[in-house]
Design a protein around this ligand. Structure first.
Ligand SMILES: Nc1ncnc2c1ncn2[C@@H]1O[C@H](COP(=O)(O)OP(=O)(O)OP(=O)(O)O)[C@@H](O)[C@H]1O
Length: 665
């Protein structure tokens, strides 16, 4: 090799190592660049692209957009000015624009330009994007399956649908609204019948579960295949155990109400009982320890006719690809979720990509006519489009929140619109206007957060003192058996939660957990002796198939009633509780404070969100919105520096992905 080139490669790898040491690049990124360098001739710029691609993948992007690479990527990566300059200088001149990068990458033997002869190279160049092969394949799987499902026209008798919808839904919408608009819930049910894909999106309390319970009843009512309604195999799933339990509970309650209403016409209770429990996606697909593969896949598909997935915003690209591959061709897929919430921690933003245009509808003439016949509702002109795309015909956005009104709802809406002024106005209106519902602790000090975490605030209930008092007293003091006491403690722990935007520092998860533990110990509410102590809340950070706990599960450490002196961690999935010996749990962390990311799929009576002192790359509108919408009744925003709120609202999380384009192809 030309000695000049070899030196450049050495210098580039040295810079990548320096960035890793400085905490600006994950170790895997440098290692991946090094690995690609061993696969034949590799120019130094290719190594730069590989390291950045791997780094971005770790930050949730499924690909690297070449134009971004041609610009200075430092702001996106949170690098200092000199860091990118040093890497560039080491690698030699880098292409100045996307086209230049494309030409360079196209000539590399480690890169497969889509359309050329495929030698199974590890990198894929598709148009203006560079991928790790796995993510490219996943995007293609998702796009083709979604397109096929959306395009599958099922014959539906609109008059029969209308008859059922009129019985399943309450009489007219609330006429107090000046313009309530059409009943999007009914529209969602009708639209969902027409193809093998339905996406129902909406903010908290817009009735996604309410609607899907009615859709289920409708599917039962109209089932005409083998075995009729009784033969319909339905599966309920969600990304986390907690979300799955919540889905099952809400659907059961809704079906129970409907059964009451419909009487003998449809044996809903019997049908619901056959549905079985809701599962996590991992368990539905038959995840296997220590491998990425699942028991169910294209060669061994799931035995279902209808699959309902809740909290779909949390489903990452790889999981969605696995799910779609394992879904039999004839099955219907119904996705529920809030498109505006944070995307999954892992790469991809599938629901966001699917629903990028959901706000404005784009319903084609055929859909508008069908909806009118099947529901009696008129889709307003702004939501129509003569040549609306196929995908748009399968997506419905619910727009009216029934539960999430008041100041918390107004704040969430303002944040979602990116209107920092309106958000500040809602927050500043204060208790005179909002009562205890909403409080802004602007310019807060660490002592304020501690006081809030432990004692809560007036009108919004106590903080962690509440459940710890019950823990300390023990079951006897409450005249309860151990199980009843565990349930009571777990329920009380769900009343309040402290959410952080960041992990590190005084205002992050690590600093606050430590400060809260120290204070609780001083107050004798806990007795911290080593890692495990009675009352310790923990969050599982990795799936553990041996003990049956999964990433994101939250449990409480309490005495083992059968083995005095030993501790067990108790987890609740809806009404079901289970426990694991504390010492068997290896990948857990204390959870008085947790990240907003990890709180997805959960709600707490009082949620307090802590912003850091300074804005940073993760702090964006979606994160603030997700934090606010975790609050069921009370919300407190803690901001050591009030200006950070405006900066966060102004930022949008942008995830590089080719899915949107592939879906429309
Ligand atoms: N059309 C309706 N008529 C009467 N009540 C409704 C209607 N739609 C929803 N609700 C009620 O509003 C509340 C919120 O509905 P639901 O739980 O289905 O919303 P969601 O969108 O699933 O919320 P989340 O995102 O928080 O899970 C429930 O109590 C539900 O019964």
């Amino acid at each position: 090799m030309n000695p000049g080139l070899e030196e450049r490669i050495e210098a580039t790898l040295a810079q990548l190592d320096a960035l890793t040491e400085a905490g600006k690049l994950r170790r895997l990124a440098g290692a991946f660049a090094r690995f690609v360098g061993t696969l034949g001739h590799a120019p130094a710029p290719l190594l730069v692209a590989c390291a950045l691609l791997s780094e971005l993948e770790g930050r949730g992007h499924s690909c690297l957009v070449l134009a971004d690479l041609a610009r200075d990527p430092s702001p996106q990566l949170g690098w200092l000015d000199g860091e990118w300059a040093a890497l560039r200088a080491a690698a030699g001149p880098l292409p100045k624009n996307g086209a230049g990068w494309r030409a360079l990458l196209q000539a590399c033997e480690q890169v497969w330009p889509v359309g050329d002869l495929d030698f199974k190279q590890p990198l894929v160049l598709d148009g203006e994007r560079l991928y790790l092969r796995r993510y490219w394949r996943d995007e293609m799987t998702v796009a083709s399956s979604i397109r096929r499902r959306a395009g599958s026209a099922r014959a539906v008798d609109a008059d029969t649908v209308r008859g059922w919808l009129d019985r399943l839904f309450e009489a007219p919408l609330d006429t107090r609204d000046a313009d309530p608009g059409p009943d999007w819930q009914k529209i969602a049910c009708a639209v969902a019948l027409r193809s093998d894909l339905a996406v129902i999106t909406g903010g908290p309390g817009t009735g996604k579960t309410y609607t899907v319970a009615r859709l289920l009843a409708l599917l039962f009512a109209m089932a005409d295949g083998e075995g009729g309604a009784a033969g319909l195999r339905i599966a309920l799933a969600a990304p986390t155990g907690k979300a799955a339990a919540r889905l099952k509970q809400s659907i059961d309650t809704a079906l129970d109400e409907l059964a009451e209403k419909l009487g003998e016409t449809l044996p809903l209770r019997e049908l619901a009982a056959r549905m079985g429990a809701a599962r996590t996606l991992h368990s539905l697909l038959g995840a296997r320890p220590d491998t990425r593969s699942f028991a169910y896949h294209a060669g061994n598909p799931l035995d279902v006719d209808v699959l309902i997935v809740d909290e779909a915003s949390m489903v990452h690209l790889e999981m969605m690809a696995a799910l779609l591959a394992a879904l039999p061709d004839h099955a219907r897929l119904i996705l529920l979720g809030d498109k505006d919430q944070l995307a999954s921690v892992e790469a991809g933003a599938v629901l966001g990509d699917l629903c990028a245009e959901a706000e404005s509808g784009h319903y084609a003439e055929g859909t508008v006519d069908y909806v009118a016949r099947a529901t009696g509702e008129t889709i307003p002109a702004p939501y129509r489009e003569r040549d609306g795309g196929v995908l748009a015909q399968s997506i419905v956005m619910l727009r009216r929140s029934r539960r999430f009104g008041g100041p918390i709802g107004a704040l969430a809406l303002a944040v979602n619109r990116g209107d920092a002024e309106a958000a500040r106005a809602v927050l500043r209106a204060g208790p005179e206007e909002h009562g205890a519902r909403l409080l802004w602790l602007e310019g807060a000090r660490p002592a304020d957060v501690l006081a809030l975490a432990i004692d809560g605030r007036e009108g919004a209930g106590q903080g962690y003192r509440d459940y710890l008092t019950v823990v300390k007293a023990g079951p006897e003091a409450w005249d309860m058996d151990h199980q009843g006491w565990v349930r009571a403690v777990l329920r009380r722990f769900e009343q309040f939660r402290l959410l952080c935007a960041v992990r590190a520092g005084e205002w992050g998860v690590a600093g606050l957990n430590e400060a809260i533990e120290t204070r609780l110990d001083q107050l004798r509410l806990i007795r911290r002796r080593g890692e495990w102590y009675v009352g310790r809340p923990v969050m599982v950070t990795r799936n553990d198939y041996a003990t049956g706990v999964y990433n994101g599960d939250i449990g409480l450490t309490l005495p083992d009633p059968l083995r005095p002196g030993s501790l067990r961690v108790w987890f609740a999935d809806g009404d079901v509780i289970r426990s694991v010996l504390a010492t068997r749990l290896r990948n857990v962390e204390t959870a008085f404070a947790m990240t907003v990311h990890k709180s997805q799929g959960s709600e707490f009576t009082h949620t307090a969100m802590v912003l850091p002192r300074e804005a940073n790359a993760v702090l964006a509108r979606e994160l603030v919105y997700t934090g606010i919408t975790r609050a069921r009744e009370f919300f407190t925003l803690v901001a050591p520096n009030g200006a950070v709120l405006g900066q966060a609202i102004a930022e949008r999380t942008r995830r590089a992905s080719g899915l949107r384009e592939a879906l429309l192809a």
